[in-house]
Design a protein around this ligand. Structure first.
Ligand code: GLU
Length: 425
């Protein structure tokens, strides 16, 4: 059993950035991290807040606030998604940027960590409003962007179309086409095969490795997936195809349950047609938060952060939690889950498939030489399997949980890069 970390604040009152720093403190202690490196990693390298106007279709002008944060660039250009969400904040974006630094290092791809966000609800914007907002936000943060500087990608509330507008806006500012400035773009403008599915595919690969390590297998196991966006829907489909029984899934409108297993192909078609999972014929409705406490083998939180908390962690009955979302488990919940022998595969490994194929897309864009889907998937598989094995190895060596182990691997690599480069001047 590992010693329990002392928490400096009542955790449930912490915001995501407090939580990220707490996670860093736990690993700094474990790694005996150099004090100066710890101080550097506590602070994002640079942060930009922009307030900008958008002309709305009803003739009014509305002000929006956006952020772009570079956490640490020691290992390469800044990499990380852009989120459009009504509740995003600078602290949330800082936390997400920090997690990107760790995530890129865990899968050992040559990027630093970044994140961006605009406080908005894309669901209530018209398409022209969304395009204008995206283009103006891109223009406002363009001083930070570039294929060697900072490469955004999709995150919560954004998609390939939004990446296309970002790429086009940046290219217009430069006067020539710059495909490698964003990833997660449509194939027609230099996107990569397999990028849309990459995060969900990585989640299932890592779940398979975690189950295998415990002498279990995906085929025949029961799975619940919170979130039916890009990550959750692909993960649910690939679990289903691998022979798992996906008994419950949820979206923002509610959850559906079928104890014999949902037909995910049919559910995808239904949600595409109706815009929701609710009312799917071969299922019964269920309160969305009840999904987290179902007696399943595998629980995949693939929605937002802070879903498994001190309030509900003791009621989680899954054997494995595979974090498709960023930051879905609070540190207090981590302690409770560990006490109950629940294996948590942390976000920085579990959902790293997305940024891994972003890396492939960036490389393909820089070389103007494109790979087949089979090549992309094979290389993704290699990287995910290697990353999980290295994290598991670190967990054994340091006798710790997988989150701490992933931070040992990731933060350890960043620290090594910082010490090799030294402090300028
Ligand atoms: N937003 C995704 C993440 O959190 C992808 C980031 C990227 O591809 O740059 O990992």
């Amino acid at each position: 059993m590992t010693s329990q970390p002392v928490l400096s604040k009542p955790i449930e009152s912490m915001n995501s950035f407090d939580i990220a720093r707490q996670q860093l403190a736990i690993v700094a202690d474990k790694l005996n991290l150099n004090h100066d490196v710890h101080e550097m990693l506590k602070h994002p390298k640079r942060e930009l807040t922009v307030n900008f106007p958008v002309s709305m279709e009803n003739g009014t002008v509305k002000m929006f606030t956006g952020y772009r944060v570079h956490h640490n660039l020691t290992r390469g250009p800044a990499k990380g998604g852009i989120r459009f969400h009504p509740e995003t904040s600078l602290d949330e974006v800082r936390a997400l940027a920090f997690w990107m630094t760790v995530k890129c290092a865990v899968v050992n791809i040559p990027f630093g960590g970044a994140k961006g966000g605009v406080v908005c609800d894309p669901a209530v914007l018209t398409r022209p409003e969304l395009e204008d907002l995206t283009r103006r936000y891109t223009t406002e943060i363009a001083i930070m962007l570039g294929p060697d500087e900072d490469i955004p990608a999709p995150d919560v509330g954004t998609n390939g179309q939004i990446m296309a507008w970002i790429m086009d806006t940046y290219s217009m500012l430069k006067g020539h086409t710059v495909p490698a400035v964003v990833t997660g773009k449509p194939l027609a403008i230099g996107g990569s095969e397999g990028r849309i599915e990459a995060t969900g595919r990585g989640v299932v690969t890592v779940a398979r490795e975690a189950l295998q390590a415990a002498g279990a297998k995906i085929s025949g196991s029961s799975v619940a997936v919170q979130g039916f966006g890009n990550v959750g829907s692909v993960a649910a489909l690939l679990f289903h195809r691998a022979g798992a029984k996906v008994v419950a899934v949820s979206d923002v409108q509610g959850a559906v349950l079928n104890k014999r297993g949902l037909d995910i192909d049919a559910l995808l078609a239904y949600s595409k047609r109706t815009g929701s999972l609710v009312g799917f014929p071969e299922s019964e409705p269920m309160p969305a938060d009840a999904l987290l406490t179902l007696p399943v083998d595998v629980l995949v939180p693939a929605a937002l952060q802070n879903q498994i908390t001190a309030q509900n962690a003791a009621a989680v009955r899954a054997r494995f939690v595979i974090e498709g979302a960023n930051g879905p488990t609070t540190p207090q919940a981590d302690i409770i889950l560990r006490g109950n022998d629940v294996t948590v595969v942390p976000d920085v490994v579990a959902n790293a498939g997305g940024v891994t194929v972003s890396y492939f897309e960036w490389v393909q864009g820089l070389q103007s030489f494109f790979w087949t889907e089979a090549e992309v998937n094979a290389k993704l598989e290699q990287i995910m399997v290697r990353a999980f094995a290295q994290v598991q190895e670190a967990a054994k060596e340091h006798r710790c949980d997988l989150r701490t182990a992933a931070y040992i691997v990731g933060v350890g690599r960043v620290a090594e890069a910082i010490s090799a480069r030294g402090i300028y001047p």
